[in-house]
Design a protein around this ligand. Structure first.
Ligand SMILES: Cc1cc2nc3c(=O)[nH]c(=O)nc-3n(C[C@H](O)[C@H](O)[C@H](O)COP(=O)(O)OP(=O)(O)OC[C@H]3O[C@@H](n4cnc5c(N)ncnc54)[C@H](O)[C@@H]3O)c2cc1C
Ligand SMILES: *[C@@H]1O[C@H](CO)[C@@H](O)[C@H](O)[C@H]1NC(C)=O
Ligand SMILES: *[C@@H]1O[C@H](CO)[C@@H](O)[C@H](O)[C@H]1NC(C)=O
Ligand SMILES: *[C@@H]1O[C@H](CO)[C@@H](O)[C@H](O)[C@H]1NC(C)=O
Ligand SMILES: *[C@@H]1O[C@H](CO)[C@@H](O)[C@H](O)[C@H]1NC(C)=O
Length: 522
């Protein structure tokens, strides 16, 4: 961008600041001026606010499009119960006196009702009905552990990343049957929301270890399922209520435009209102950044765009059924092996002691491409299709009509554009740095910018905390840490290869010389 435009922008921003400084109270023309604008009120945004406050900075505002805080912690009233459309588990808790998942700490503080999930409580099905293949499910769990271990050996030997599919094959786990595919799905896709061949081998293994592997600095292997009538979001809303002042929060405020320079940031809302800040912390999801839902001015630099578009925003969809009575398995999960991998493979019962007994609620999950497919279909079609699967699982039972049915279209939702991020094998460390790097005075933080915990609530928590700590330093010292970025991510794998034609010619020449020599000698 030509310098004069930058200068012009700075001039405009500075004059805004001057106008604000001189403006009489209540002047509607001038953008409300703050030290820090926090864009988005999910876990990252709320924790960023809490962190600024801990550093003595109170001149900030959280700007959130929805009418409540929580973001992807989103509860929904369904058939008289509170169910979670988004995050539902505290993933990894604490081992002994080791590191504690900060989300667990919040849950304890706000007395959230949770229940440990038992992933071994499963019943298995295929197209013929109930069939016991639990041994195959156990073996897939073992293959997953082998996958993460072998990734460690790759890292130790400085080998390139590949897909998790390559990893599975190299540890001799090669699913062929529908049972084997369903079992692999339950330990892999159901976590990453994408297939092994769409997912990095090394990053997925790190992500797993840092959360679940106590010997890798992770929390623990346990998963706590929130089943609180106030919603899982209560832990973040309750936390916000404990420190946030009314004037520090703008709800129903959708950002459409972010103008930034090295001097400040001005954001414009859909209703035309403007806010200006010395700094901004943008916590919008990776999907929002990818889909141009918010326009940056000047446009984001190329290195930033390449990074944003190189990470994947995956989709994980929960499909809720309410039946007049329970006719299904007494375990926590039903695993269904369809001939088509990923077709309604995981069913979770909430009509269980410790969850919502007597509720008649059964939840199916689909992920990745299958999520995109059902988002594009009418709900009535998806309802019938999934009921068809239940009839296949229970060939001798007459399945009652559900009295309620719901799923949220996360990928179509303009405030999210997917569920959570997943690291593909073509995403390099340079991309990661670039995705996290600030542009001018806009800093980025959220689940997707977390190198260790991408995808998770605790990833959003730590990023909100880290970025706000950095921005607090900027406000206080005016000596701002600029996050590292590289202009070009380089790994030219092809340039050093000879072409096939060259190789053939060389060996042909060698052979020719050899045979000439042989003839001379003989
Ligand atoms: C279906 C599903 C299941 C999940 N399961 C789990 C789980 O069990 N355990 C777990 O740890 N994690 C889970 N996650 C991931 C977890 O929910 C996220 O990692 C975390 O909530 C992300 O927090 P965040 O603050 O980074 O982003 P967000 O929660 O997305 O916060 C960003 C905020 O910005 C707002 N916003 C967006 N665009 C605009 C705009 N233009 N103007 C103003 N505001 C805007 C949004 O409304 C949102 O409130 C799940 C997510 C989904 C969707
Ligand atoms: C936000 O909008 C909702 C309706 O969409 C309304 O009920 C609520 O009062 C509004 N909240 C604020 C703070 O304006
Ligand atoms: C369903 O009923 C048929 C006929 O009685 C029986 O052969 C079959 O085993 C039953 N299937 C299941 C899954 O119970
Ligand atoms: C996991 O690795 C161990 C040790 O190499 C091996 O014995 C076992 O068969 C592997 N498990 C699976 C399911 O591949
Ligand atoms: C993950 O943890 C396992 C078990 O501790 C370890 O063997 C492996 O090296 C780790 N993987 C990575 C990628 O660090």
């Amino acid at each position: 961008m030509p310098t004069f435009i930058c200068l012009l922008l700075e001039f405009i921003l500075l004059s805004h600041a001057l106008v604000v400084g001189a403006a009489p109270v209540g002047n509607e023309e001038a953008p409300a001026s703050k030290q820090v604008l926090i864009l988005g009120g999910g876990v990252a945004g709320v924790i960023a606010a809490r962190t600024l406050r801990e550093h003595g900075i109170n001149d900030f505002v959280i700007i959130e499009a929805r009418s409540e805080l929580g973001g992807r912690m989103r509860s929904h009233s369904f058939a008289g119960h509170t169910v979670e459309l988004g995050a539902n588990w505290i993933q990894g808790t604490q081992t002994g006196s080791g590191p504690m998942n900060p989300v667990l700490r919040l849950a304890q503080k706000h007395k959230l009702k949770t229940r440990e999930t038992d992933f071994e409580s499963i019943t298995t099905f295929d197209h013929t009905g109930a069939v016991d293949f639990r041994d195959i499910v156990n073996s897939a769990d073992e293959a997953y552990v082998n996958l993460t271990k072998a990734a460690g050996a790759r890292v130790a030997n400085d080998l390139v990343d590949t897909t998790s599919r390559t990893g599975y094959s190299l540890v001799e786990a090669k699913p062929r049957t529908a049972h084997e595919h369903a079992a692999e799905y339950f330990s892999f896709d159901w976590e990453y929301a994408q297939k092994p061949d769409q997912t990095s081998w090394i990053a997925a293994s790190w992500n797993n270890n840092y959360t679940y592997g106590a010997d890798a600095g992770g929390f623990s292997e346990s998963n706590l399922f929130a089943r609180d009538n106030r919603g899982f979001k209560h832990l973040i809303q309750g936390e916000a209520a404990s420190f946030l002042k009314r004037h520090q929060l703008e709800l129903n405020a959708t950002v459409t435009r972010i103008e930034y320079t090295n001097q400040g940031v001005v954001v414009t809302l859909t209703d035309g209102r403007q806010f200006s800040g010395l700094y901004a912390i943008c916590t919008f999801s990776l999907g929002v950044l990818q889909n141009d839902d918010v326009i940056f001015n000047p446009p984001l630099p190329h290195y930033k765009l390449e990074a944003i578009h190189s990470m994947t925003m995956a989709t994980y969809t929960k499909i809720f059924f309410k039946f007049p009575y329970k006719f299904w398995f007494d375990t926590e999960f039903g695993i269904y092996a369809d001939p088509e991998r990923g077709r309604y493979p995981v069913w979770q019962s909430l009509d269980l002691k410790g969850f919502y007994p007597g509720s008649g609620i059964l939840v199916a999950t689909v992920t990745g491409d299958f999520s995109q497919r059902i988002e594009a279909l009418p709900s009535s079609f998806v309802r019938e299709e999934a009921l068809g699967v239940l009839r296949t699982m229970y060939p001798n039972t007459s399945i009652p009509e559900p009295t309620d049915f719901y799923y949220h279209r996360w990928n179509a939702d303009p405030l999210y554009r997917g569920s959570y991020s997943n690291w593909p094998p073509s995403f390099f460390v340079g991309h990661h740095e670039n995705m996290r790097a600030n542009v001018g005075r806009v800093y980025f933080g959220g689940e997707a910018t977390s190198q260790k915990y991408f995808g998770y609530l605790h990833g959003a928590f730590f990023e909100g905390q880290d970025i706000a700590t950095m921005v607090a330093k900027c406000v206080k010292t005016r000596a701002c840490p600029q996050l590292k970025h590289v202009d070009h991510v380089k790994n030219t794998p092809y340039s050093q290869l000879e072409t096939t034609a060259e190789r053939t010619r060389t060996s042909y020449t060698h052979e020719l010389v050899f045979s000439l020599l042989r003839q001379l000698i003989l």
